[in-house]
Write a protein that binds this ligand. Structure first.
Ligand code: C2E
Ligand code: SIN
Ligand code: SIN
Ligand code: FE
Ligand code: FE
Length: 415
């Protein structure tokens, strides 16, 4: 009986011994090597000291008791150290885990803060389009409580909102969708993306929408302000121009007339629609440079002398200087700067010829001369209509672009 007990105990101890050897192999820790050695010796000593061995082989038992007791002490010491170490390791692992948990919670709090405070709506759909999540401060504007639509299909909740639904369909089909979505008076910038499992199957949709209504409104206000500002600029221009007209000639309405006809003719010869606003401003301002011409010259009843002509030929250059200082008028520069250039290259201030003269200026020149000749000027009386038209025909290819003259005569004939 006691033999069985002893054998069993030896087997168990041997197993313990091999297990510690295995630990050593796994962890390659010198302390474990030492511990295993000491444990092995303890086991051996214990086995040799058992009553049965003592009875059968007293000499062998003596060897056992001769094993130095100090080994046992060393073993115990190492065991205590090891256990201490294990506890230490365990504790720092626990601390790392709780730090990670804290970081995760902080992140979660931060995310929740955004969702609660910012005008966003966060939602999730399952693979059939049923809401599984709906939260965010933006819900308030939609008149929804967090979670209120959970369990309902997006196709019911947003029935009739083509924008939301087409994005949801796209995301359920596995694509990202992004669009500006209108819900009532509100505008959301909405993104939906598919949620896929590891095999690439769409299991749902995650969506976020930001309420940009305020921003949109601000933009609209800004556009209105811009329009008002542009109108204010244009009214200012018209005021200046009336003052110029009054000074330049008795004939009222020259600038108004030539401006209207210039825009009309420019459209007919193919100036793009979005440039016509600049053509209009250019025509209004065509003689702004005459501000620099003294009355004595401008209102001189007879022909100009050489010095006076030198001065007069500067008026397009002065217009260029004045207008280029104003951003808003930059694109309107062509007519004021180039309306006295001639098709044959004999004009001023640069002597440009043919198509190197901007088209709007070629158009304007014909109309300006047509209107000037029909009116009484300080230096010359009005011409009759036939003489004016004959003059235009005669100057087609000389002073004027012949194609523009032809188009203008056609336009007059239609009127
Ligand atoms: P404006 O009176 O507005 O004339 C504009 C343009 O119409 C002139 O540019 C010219 O191309 C044409 N034009 C006007 N009157 C006549 C005319 O009697 N015969 C012909 N063939 N064309 C005419 P232009 O010649 O470069 O003159 C620019 C500006 O110089 C004129 O503007 C006017 O303010 C001034 N100016 C021109 N000639 C005289 C003049 O003899 N006496 C005075 N006081 N000023 C003149
Ligand atoms: C939702 O309310 O969950 C969706 C909002 C949107 O797409 O604008
Ligand atoms: C005018 O149009 O008022 C004068 C003509 C010109 O110089 O262009
Ligand atoms: Fe001029
Ligand atoms: Fe003019």
């Amino acid at each position: 009986m006691s033999q069985i007990v002893l054998l069993t105990s030896i087997v168990i101890r041997l197993l313990a011994f091999f297990w510690s050897v295995d630990l050593v192999r796994r962890f390659r820790d010198w302390r474990l090597v030492l511990l295993s050695g000491v444990l092995g010796l303890m086991v051996l000593r214990h086995a040799l000291n058992s009553p049965w061995v003592r009875a059968e082989w007293p000499r062998v038992a003596d060897v056992g008791s001769a094993l130095p007791a100090i080994l046992v002490s060393i073993g115990l010491l190492i065991t205590v150290i090891l256990i201490g170490r294990m506890i230490e390791d365990h504790r720092s692992a626990l601390e790392a885990a709780s730090a990670a948990t804290r970081a995760l919670q902080e992140n979660q709090t931060r995310l929740q803060f955004v969702v609660d405070q910012a005008p966003v709506v966060l939602w999730a759909l399952d693979n059939e389009g049923v809401f599984t999540l709906s939260e965010g401060h933006g819900l308030e504007a939609l008149g929804l409580q967090p979670g209120e639509v959970v369990g309902r299909s997006v196709f019911d909740v947003y029935n009739g909102n083509a924008g939301v639904l087409s994005d949801a369909r796209k995301a359920l089909a596995g694509h990202r969708a992004r669009s500006a979505v209108r819900v009532g008076d509100l505008v959301f910038e909405s993104r939906q993306r598919p949620l896929v499992d590891s095999s690439g199957r769409v299991v749902g949709v995650l969506g976020i929408a930001v309420d940009v209504t305020a921003r949109e409104r601000a933009m609209t206000d800004l556009e209105a302000t811009n329009r008002a500002l542009t109108n204010a600029y244009d009214s200012t221009l018209e005021g200046w121009v009336r003052a110029l007209d009054l000074r330049d000639r008795e004939t009222e309405g020259h600038t108004k007339r030539v401006t209207k006809l210039t825009v009309e003719l420019a459209r007919r010869v193919g100036v793009p629609e979005d440039e016509l606003v600049h053509v209009r401003r250019g025509a209004l301002l065509h003689d702004i440079g005459k501000i620099g011409i003294p009355d004595a010259v401008l209102r001189k009843p007879g022909p100009l002398d050489e010095d006076e002509w030198k001065l007069m030929r500067q008026h397009p250059v002065w217009a260029h200087e004045m207008i280029s200082a104003v951003d808003f008028l930059q694109p309107a520069l062509d007519i004021p700067y180039c309306h006295h250039e001639r098709w044959d290259g004999e004009g001023y201030p640069r002597g440009l010829a043919g198509e190197s003269i901007p088209l709007s200026a070629r158009v304007f020149a014909v109309i300006d001369v047509w209107d000037a000749l029909r009116s009484d000027r300080p230096y010359s009386e009005a011409w009759d209509e036939d003489r004016v038209l004959a003059h235009l025909r005669e100057q087609a290819g000389g002073q004027f672009d012949p194609a523009v003259v032809e188009e203008f005569l056609g336009m007059l004939a239609e009127a």
